[in-house]
Design a protein around this ligand. Structure first.
Ligand code: FO1
Length: 347
């Protein structure tokens, strides 16, 4: 089976770990539910499943001359086993010597945590980008160290940047004298903890960006498209802002199912509510589902939001707290089941 996922950072990466686990245990048997899907594995020539993750690059930032791609790295480290599970980002067993030295020099900024191990990723990425490699090629090369693409016996995984071109999310805040000032998303998110209200959130360059190689094809040729529980504005929203992506989601023959990042009217982690407020959308499972209603077939919500309704979308309730791998795998399995149900035309 070919699954394509649009992913942001921590929440998406955690969900994908559950999805990979389900696909790896499902094996071919799991495809029986997908009528005619067994032919897929035959056609692709690979046994098992193929997961293509389209990663958000709007969070990317250049610091000390290094290009940092937080959402790509979070997915790469999480699926590759290198993530710091407690933080949800950056490397496990991390040390901060270089950062300490930068602070000693009074180098700015000091509000973004750059660990020593993580730094190696940014150094190599920057070196490859400056040698002329595209971000997609760099990402594929970095992912090889983490066991991609054959991540599991039954699962091949590709991580594709949404675009090889620079797209950077900036946040417009009200300045001291009523003027507006724009700051990089990371400064708002990390240094300011998304406290000052965002007047606007702008994915700079998104309108001119072209989808990365393989992105539109991965959406069009998927058997299932999944939207993990990611920030609907700065993660999923940014990917949707790349020309052609939304159209591909609307026209793909694959069922498209999403998992609500809002449980009981609040984001599970992160500050999606601050982002939703910036675009005038309520922080509810239903309101977020409605943002995707033009291409969504199914929407998983937590039982606390069981009354959520989204026009033209099949809404199903399932406990959505990803407290551990089994719980996360159950959510991923529920998403695949919802896709299978959405695929079968209503009797
Ligand atoms: N998030 C923080 O809250 N504080 C940090 O210092 C921080 C550093 C950081 C370094 C590398 C990286 O890949 C991610 C990092 N994040 C940090 C998370 C980052 O802000 C992500 O963009 C968000 O998690 C949204 O996806």
């Amino acid at each position: 089976m070919r699954v394509t996922a649009l992913a942001g950072g921590v929440g998406a990466a955690r969900f994908l770990r559950g999805l990979v686990s389900v696909l790896d245990t499902e094996g071919d048997a799991g495809q029986s539910g997908q009528s005619g899907q067994s032919g897929q594995s035959g056609r692709s020539g690979q046994s098992g499943h193929e997961l293509t993750v389209v990663g958000n690059t709007g969070d990317d930032i250049t610091l000390f001359g290094l290009r940092v791609c937080p959402d790509l790295d979070t997915v790469m480290y999480t699926l590759g086993g290198g993530i710091d599970d407690e933080r949800g980002w950056g490397r496990g067993a991390e040390t901060w010597r270089v950062q300490e030295e930068l602070v000693a020099y009074g180098a700015q900024p000091q509000w973004f945590g750059l660990g020593d191990r993580d730094m190696a990723t940014h150094i190599l990425r920057t070196q490859m980008l400056e040698s002329g490699y595209r971000l997609g090629e760099v990402t594929e090369a970095l992912c090889r160290r983490w066991g991609f693409p054959q991540l599991r016996e039954q699962v091949r995984v590709r991580l594709l940047p949404m675009s090889d071109e620079r797209v950077e999310t900036h946040v417009v805040l009200e300045g001291p004298d009523g003027t507006s000032q724009a700051v990089h998303f990371q400064e708002w998110w990390v240094r300011l903890a998304a406290q000052p209200p965002a007047q606007r959130i702008v994915a700079v360059g998104a309108g001119e960006a072209t989808p990365g190689p393989g992105v539109l094809e991965a959406i069009r040729t998927a058997d299932v498209v999944v939207l993990p529980p990611s920030n609907p504005v700065v993660s999923i929203g940014t990917i949707l802002a790349v020309p052609g992506v939304r159209e591909a989601l609307r026209t793909t023959t694959a069922p498209v199912v999403g998992v609500s990042p809002i449980i009981g009217g609040a984001p599970v982690r992160g500050m999606a509510d601050a982002c939703l407020r910036a675009i005038g959308v309520a922080t509810t499972a239903a309101a977020v589902g409605a943002l995707y209603a033009d291409f969504l077939d199914g929407w998983l919500v937590d039982p606390r939001d069981g009354d959520a309704a989204v026009d033209g979308v099949t809404v199903r309730a399932c406990p959505l707290l990803m407290r551990d791998l089994p719980a996360t795998a159950a959510i991923a399995a529920a998403a695949l089941e919802l896709a299978a149900a959405a695929r079968q035309p209503a009797p």
